[in-house]
Design a protein around this ligand. Structure first.
Ligand code: CP
Length: 316
């Protein structure tokens, strides 16, 4: 029976290499559902999934909803702005009230690091972390890994450069943990004010020089400046930031011929990435979004403990 060895998916930190390979192999098997005339399988029929989003989202929220619909789950979309949270109800009371309606899985995005972990301890349902503060975004890292593995055929031995606002990025943390765990050489790059001094403890090499990060990189992952999480000035100006850390066509000329460019979105065109780079053939940004649906289908399926899908296992 294909299933994860955990009740919840809270972060990459908790996943073994076997867990990660199982999720990626399952996502690969489920990817073809999107190419069918009827994009639906009965895998989660009779299961209920609550999408509990306390922060804005385009990609994560839409792809979880599509993943749930393609797996035939019943869905409850919870919008915090129109809920009783605005009347002062706590996260735990909200979760306990929703749980009394018997959902099987709760997908949560929250501005506070650790919010999904709290629900994981308190709730009977499986909890999926869809992004918690500046902590982790595990399904983003998994879809990023699926995208790299699809294009490059492997993760181990690749040089992966993650460039931008590392400090405020949950994607940077989850990606670094995952890619390092899977044997890639991870470099993080950005202004010293936007890189935590102890980030090397996650397995990354740190540089302030973009040319050093890009040199020989198989994958360049650009991140946006997260102004919504910055309450002080970390850079002199966005123009200066662009000059030092913007990914331009000129900089891409110095990259390897088969380097791919990634970005979790949303893009700030002309700040961390130029439009002609974001839209170039070597950009796989929209492939990441497409892989998000299959990856989230895989996570939901594996957490539900369903045993009806044949997954071709890989040793990668
Ligand atoms: N990558 C990502 O989490 O995008 P959204 O904030 O739009 O979900």
């Amino acid at each position: 029976m294909a299933s994860l060895s955990h009740k919840d998916l809270l972060g990459i930190e908790q996943l073994s290499i076997e867990d990660i390979n199982l999720i990626l192999d399952t996502a690969e098997a489920l990817r073809e559902v999107a190419a069918r005339p009827v994009k639906k399988v009965p895998t989660l029929r009779g299961k209920t999934v609550v999408n509990l989003f306390f922060e804005p989202s385009t990609r994560t929220r839409s792809s979880f909803e599509l993943a749930e619909k393609r797996l035939s789950a019943d869905i409850l979309n919870f919008a915090s702005t129109t809920s009783s949270v605005s009347k002062g109800e706590t996260l735990l009371d909200t979760a306990h009230n929703l749980e009394s309606m018997a959902p099987d899985i709760i997908v949560i995005r929250h501005q506070s690091a650790g919010a999904p972990h709290l629900l994981g301890r308190e709730c009977r349902s499986s909890i999926v972390n869809a992004g918690d503060g500046m902590h982790e975004h595990p399904t983003q890292a998994l879809l990023d890994a699926l995208t790299v593995r699809t294009v490059k055929g492997r993760l181990d031995g690749l040089k992966i450069a993650i460039i931008g606002d590392i400090s405020h990025s949950r994607v940077a943390r989850s990606d670094t943990l995952l890619f390092h765990k899977m044997g890639a050489e991870v470099w993080v790059c950005g202004p010293p004010t936007l890189i935590p001094w102890d980030f090397d403890r996650l397995g990354a090499r740190i540089t302030g020089c973009m040319d050093e990060a890009i040199d020989g990189a198989d994958v360049i992952m650009m991140l946006r400046l997260q102004h919504e999480r910055q309450n002080e000035a970390f850079i002199p100006s966005t123009r200066e930031y662009y000059n030092f850390y913007g990914l331009t066509r000129e900089r891409m000329r110095r990259a390897k011929k088969d380097t791919i460019v990634m970005h979790p979105g949303p893009l700030n065109r002309g700040v961390e990435i130029d439009s002609d780079v974001a839209d170039a053939d070597y950009s796989v940004i929209l492939n990441q979004v497409a892989n998000g649906v299959a990856t989230r289908m895989a996570v939901l399926y594996l957490l539900s403990g369903y045993a009806g899908l044949k997954v071709k296992k890989t040793s990668r």
